[in-house]
Design a protein around this ligand. Sequence first.
Ligand code: EPZ
Length: 419
Amino acid sequence: MDKFLINGPCRIKGKVSISGSKNASLPILAASLLFTKPVTIKNLPRVRDINTMLNLLKSLGSKIILSKDRKTAKIINKKNMKTFASYSLVKTMRGSILVLGPLISKFHKSKTSLPGGCLIGARPVNYHLSALKKLGMQYKIRDGYILAKSNGRLQGKTIKFPKISVGATENSIIAACLAKGKTILRNCAVEPEIKDLTQFLNKAGANIKWSGRTCTIIGVNSLNQTTHTVMADRIEAGTFCVAATLAKGNLQIKNLEPKIINTELELLKKAGSKIKITNNKIFIKGPDKIKSIKNIKTKEFPGIPTDLQAQLMVLMCKSIGKSSITESIFENRFMHVAELQRLGAKINIKNNKAFIEGNTKFIGAELMSSDLRASVALVLAAIVANGKSVVGRVYHLERGYENIENKLKKIGVKIKRLK
Ligand code: EPZ
């Protein structure tokens, strides 16, 4: 398993191009199962989770024509597709559960593996199943699989999600596109990635309208051929903005509409960064002294994203003074704390709240990644640590950050891959 050797501390300076969003690409690729005509998706990030989703689509019978740079996929579905999503593929990437909605809506049957949990939590799919059941899906769970079927077309319904869920919102919107009649989804997640999904579907002839957290879908009989360019990855952009704030950096972030990370940028200004934005560029200059922020709380969009929590924790370790971070989305998303403590961090956890002493001097160490976002937080800590750090299991990073070592190298990070 590859590792990264990072020789800190590094000053970072230069330009970063943000890749396509993994979390917008996954539901859009899953939704391609609804199409009988070819659909072309552009600006896909070249990361492992996208490969997994493409392999899953191929296993269902889709023909995938990838461009040379592997950022554009032309997807052509057969008339009769398979509807079996195997555990071997689903277990490596939880987002695979997103094929359930389109399969049941288009083919009225599916055998999809339960995704299982991961390190950040049990990751149940009960909200997905109860919403799809209200649309007419019948299912039973056997041997870790969801055996699902419907009597013909799904039927539009009014559904209120008991809790805001990105995946359950996406699965339900996709399924409702071909259902009979009107579906009203209340208490939806409204992340930009979901809006990118509905923009893609509407372009292909779906009928989806938003009003706050309510999404109304009028079912259609079929979707037309279309091409869609996936939005930029706001978590990657946020990660580089945290890096600039952390390492007295001077970065230009390109290809992203700055307003989708407005909340994050406001927070980094509070930490002392100077930020200027144009229509699709962010200029960020990190402070000499990082200000601590009393109580950061992760929330559903438009709040501070949970996917940036670990990165912000590293920043607060280096801030002057005490701070705290409350993780309100996942029940176990502090796996990075133990590793940060090995670098010298002084962090106390009480339930879902982390209390952070600032002024930490990170000393380089051997580190172990646990999940995608925790891994990148360890890389950030290694960048500002004194001495050599080795970050293990970089395959976690490669799930969601395209070409991360070259992007870091280009802005001054002394990083080397160890085979
Ligand atoms: C999506 O996961 C993202 N993944 C996650 O990013 C992100 O952290 C999360 O949304 C929150 O923003 C993708 O988009 C592929 P949820 P998802 O359903 O859809 C509970 C990354 O690093 N819940 O909004 O799984 C759940 O356990 C990943 O890119 C249920 O209880 O998140 C969690 O506590 C990590 N039952 C909360 O709701 C359900 O049926 C929010 O989960 C569904 C969710």
